[in-house]
Design a binder for this molecule. Sequence first.
Ligand code: SAM
Length: 277
Amino acid sequence: MKNEEYMNHRVKHDILETCYGNLETLEHFIAENNDENWGNRLTQAQDVYSWVRKPEKIELIQGSLAHLGEIIKTSAIVPVSILDVGCYGGYVFDYIEKIVLKDKIKDISYQGVDIREMAIKEAARLHNGVSNASFMVGDVFSLQDMFSDSKFDIVFCSRVLIHLPNFEKAVTNLINVSNNVTFIVVKVSNKPDCKKIRKTDLDTGEEMIYFYRTFSEKMLAEVAERKSLTIKIIKCPGGYSSVIFYQKGLCALRSYGGLSRALSFLGSKLSNINCKK
Ligand SMILES: C[S@@+](CC[C@H](N)C(=O)[O-])C[C@H]1O[C@@H](n2cnc3c(N)ncnc32)[C@H](O)[C@@H]1O
């Protein structure tokens, strides 16, 4: 039986306030307004069941999933270990399995993590019996308590950091548990902002406050610089961008024979901004 919460809902979003500025200003805005524990609320109204069944229908992040697919396909490591933080219904696993690997499921080991226990329960139920996908409750701010450093070949985190405070800390945690590729999906803007929004579920009447922030290329490039990583930012048709941090030099080449090739292939196919130092 389907859990109603994970099916399509009719929602209304009212922007209550917008703040523009640099990273410090936006962090301050969130901290000042953070009067609710909004971080662990669901911020998605789409139907999980249809996305698990037909991952080619995951409209919002289809471009980024294609980029992730290219990276997985070029990895020389088999199986590739993938951590998906903020995994919600676990449909990224289904995209990789059905669209990228075309049911050669043993080529990856997938770990989904989400702060919301209900989402993890539902993801685990939907993937019951799948031996190379597992799900656990966890917070992007405490990944270090759950996993050792460099544990995963690829760390993926889509549309989560757009809602959270302490961007620098969250992205550092993701990078620390990654052995090479850290892939985040965010909105990139040359006028970064943070919106405080009231969401009303028109089906249940439930209201919640959440934040929605955007990042400048400069903010993202500065993180890469501090962590001595290379960054690639690729704008996708749906409005989101794939932001890929990866290691330079021999280590990256040995582990991912084709990664550089995949990234230049993606770069030549899509309008991209290479923020390489
Ligand atoms: C907008 S949904 C994105 C789901 C999916 N990654 C996607 O792109 O379609 C945000 C998800 O992040 C989860 N989340 C929110 N705060 C989190 C945190 N601090 N740590 C881990 N997951 C979090 C929410 O429960 C929710 O499932």
